[in-house]
Design a protein around this ligand. Sequence first.
Ligand code: ADP
Ligand code: MG
Length: 571
Amino acid sequence: MTIKLLDPKVISRIAAGEVVARPASAVKELVENSLDAGSNQISIEIRGGGVSLIRVMDNGVGIPPGEVELAFDRYATSKIGKLDDLESISSFGFRGEALPSIAAVAEVDIVSCAAGESGGTYLGLKDNAIVNRGSQGRSQGTTVAVRGLFRKVPARLKFLKSPATENSHIANVVSQYALAFPEVRFALFIDGRAVLRTPGSGQLIDSVAQVYGLEVARNMLEIGGGDREWESGVATSSLSVTGMVGSPAISRSNRGYLSLFVNRRWISSRLLAWAVEEAYHGLLMQGKHPIAIINISLPPEEVDVNIHPTKTEVKFQNEHIVFGAVQKAVRRALIELAPVPKIEEVATTYGAPSGTRQVLRTSPIGGDSPTTSPAIPQTPAASLPVLRILGQLLSSYIVAEGPDGLYLIDQHAAHERILFEKIEDQRLRQEIEIQGLLEPVTFEVNPKQEEVLKSHSEDLAEFGFSIEPFGDRTYLVRAVPALLYKKDWTGMVRELLDSLSGGDKRDWREEIAISMACHGVVRAGQALTDDEMRELIRQLERTVLPHTCPHGRPTMIRLSSAQLRKEFGRS
Ligand code: ADP
Ligand code: MG
């Protein structure tokens, strides 16, 4: 084939495909334009999965009458003027591509009224050519209506999913902006139904309540602002991380509940998503993911948004600094504020409790309530309420009264948490207690276990295992951690060698510590004396993360006094 220049119409449709891949991307571009225009009310109307109609109406600054046409020229933008501006972009748009791209693949009507004008300028476009113009009454702001999206691009139309799926993508886009801009009143109507409305109060929690519901909103923890101390020694000016994170009690089973905004731009970043998930490490069960809204703000020149057609990926000048700041901010919010999980639903039929001790309201200190042990100074941990032990249930749970209701503590999980932190602490200080064996014990391993053992005998040594080669796939164990001396440490090492493979050193160490804690603990099904229970609670109070075991399972659940009242029909 000979080389020919493409027809301009074809060119514009190819380019459009970069920006407008599906109805939700058109919605995103239009909403961003409304936000760039300083609107505080944005209403979005969708029909037919966005293919029949997308209409976005705002009360922003509007476009001056003489410039409405220009807005549809490729690379026409009011947002940047010179090359330097690309270095510090503070608006969503800057390429002047969205309107012409949308007009290349749909029919577009626009009415815009700029400040100081008495009415709106109207323009109708088909195939990117103006077919109608005039004036139309409207107050300040802009309305863009997009009809018949992709009707002329069957290949793209074919790739769209069902209207319900496209609607859900659209609802997600609008929800994300509603979360990023709590001060803007959003309204989304899909096929005539109001799907989302936010009050525009400026309070993130109000947006969260509308987007995720009240139950989630009640369980959100606030992330606390700028993090100066963290930046010490790092040449970054003003990085701040704000937003809200869900308490571990309201995790989700997929990753769709994490919103990341950089200077209020909704972005996707696997790295930062990972930073957030890392911060939940040990707090969520396997396979669970957090709900989080993370706002990162930093000087625009420290982030490049011009690396991707849809501008959803960004490049940070100092990626690791941003990573650390996010992780730390989230972790701090979780540790300082994490509440004890509540028993959400209690069966309404109770067996008649026989011989239960009467629960007396006692003052927090006194009686047989444990003394409030001050937390270790440098770890102002998630504080545990003062608990008064009432007894043991099923030889597995400690029953206690706290300031607001009844607490059930899983003795096994609680002990695991205590031991885990103790082991980690001792290892860091190189103070793991070691117990030499009276007679060295031989230990045989299979080839795979041997590989793991070879590459990690040093890690095991750090935790107190002295294991040395002793011929053909046989090893000699001379010492073990004191904690495991009378326990099944061979079983533990075997399990560990089977479960561990690659991974980085930190994961390895944590696995070892978890495994040691797990094998060193009091088992469920073991009767405890009052003193033992009290001691367990006292030690749990001293841990940094008392509410979960190292596997992320809860150590305790609470039945609040309000719930009790409700269950007994007293409220
Ligand atoms: P960009 O956003 O990259 O500048 P667009 O094609 O999205 O490019 O928009 C082109 C121009 O049209 C914008 O720079 C802006 O001046 C104007 N514009 C578009 N939408 C609106 C709106 N809702 N309110 C005010 N001005 C708008
Ligand atoms: Mg734009």
